[in-house]
Design a protein. Structure first.
Length: 324
């Protein structure tokens, strides 16, 4: 695959050494998702555990009314118990793939650097569990975490919600639900390259038919898995596709980032602009030459380090200046 001329040189060199293929949805059917998911989950299971200093445990908590329990993976620092800020985290995977363990290393770094507790939710996946199952699971887990803050050793006034890619979109939807249902008071939202708009009509959505990791075909496929025939139509909730929300007022301060060379670029920039217009304090980063997931695929690149440090710094400020 020919690389975009704006690709960051360090990322380009890494891709030339180890070529990466985009998620190929061109010939996939919904029946193929289970096989892809099994491969990804096997890779997650084979990964080494995060390093010292962090303890992880699973909790099973009540799910949405009438639905199965939700698993939460709770990461906390080793050492004395004390009241800590909390990041409620939602993993990515195009709405179809993934589990909390895929982000163990990332979340362990948040714990070590910020001294916080991280609660990661294992939500049900599409297409077997279409909208609203994923976002309702995420919301149910958030409600439990807020109600049980004392048991978790977290400060309910320093509760942030975050996620990456599909998880970033679900994080935005969960925060909208919390506002509209009078639910948990969320202090901050960390939206990392979030998947926000099922309509796929922006210039960047059309531009990246060839892209590293996640291209237009993959994005269309992911939204169809979540929404079925409703994708792109008029009957889609803003909790599923937060770019559709007409009113963004009253939401917590936000951090939004995205790569220049990805499908989500324009919908993410527009969402940040609309948050600002609605009076929501918002920090926006567009990383020049970055593709979707560049910081995960090439973690030691200067651009990746910049992105990681910006997120940690933003969370640290939201938590009261705790970043180290």
């Amino acid at each position: 695959m020919a690389h975009h001329p704006n690709l960051d040189p360090e990322l380009r060199a890494a891709l030339e050494r180890t070529p990466m293929a985009a998620f190929d949805a061109s010939a996939m059917t919904m029946e193929d998702v289970a096989g892809v998911r099994a491969q990804v989950h096997a890779m997650i299971a084979a990964a080494p555990p995060p390093g010292a200093g962090v303890v992880a445990e699973d909790r099973h908590v009540p799910g949405p009314q009438g639905q199965p329990d939700v698993r939460l993976r709770v990461h906390r620092p080793e050492g004395p118990e004390e009241v800590r800020p909390c990041l409620y985290w939602i993993h990515g995977g195009g709405m179809m793939i993934g589990k909390p363990e895929m982000d163990d290393d990332l979340l362990a770094e948040f714990v070590r650097r910020l001294g916080c507790v991280v609660v990661a939710v294992d939500y049900r996946l599409a297409p077997e569990h279409p909208d609203p199952a994923p976002v309702e699971d995420c919301y149910a887990g958030l409600v439990w975490a807020a109600k049980n803050a004392a048991e978790l050793g977290v400060d309910p006034d320093r509760l942030a919600v975050g996620g990456a890619s599909a998880g970033g979109g679900l994080a935005a939807g969960t925060v909208l639900l919390a506002r509209d249902r009078g639910g948990p008071a969320v202090a901050f939202q960390l939206l990392v390259c979030p998947m926000l708009d099922d309509r796929n009509v922006t210039p960047s959505s059309h531009e990246f038919t060839d892209a590293v990791m996640w291209n237009r075909a993959a994005n269309l496929f992911g939204w169809r898995a979540l929404l079925g025939e409703r994708a792109g139509g008029g009957d889609v909730s803003a909790y599923a596709a937060p770019a559709r929300a007409e009113d963004l007022s009253g939401l917590p301060p936000a951090f939004v980032d995205v790569g220049e060379l990805e499908v989500f670029r324009d919908e993410d920039v527009d969402y940040a602009r609309r948050l600002l217009a609605a009076g929501v304090s918002t920090e926006l980063h567009v990383y020049p030459g970055g593709f979707h997931g560049f910081d995960m695929l090439v973690p030691d690149a200067a651009l990746s380090v910049r992105a990681k440090e910006a997120r940690i710094a933003a969370l640290g400020r939201a938590f009261g200046g705790l970043a180290s």
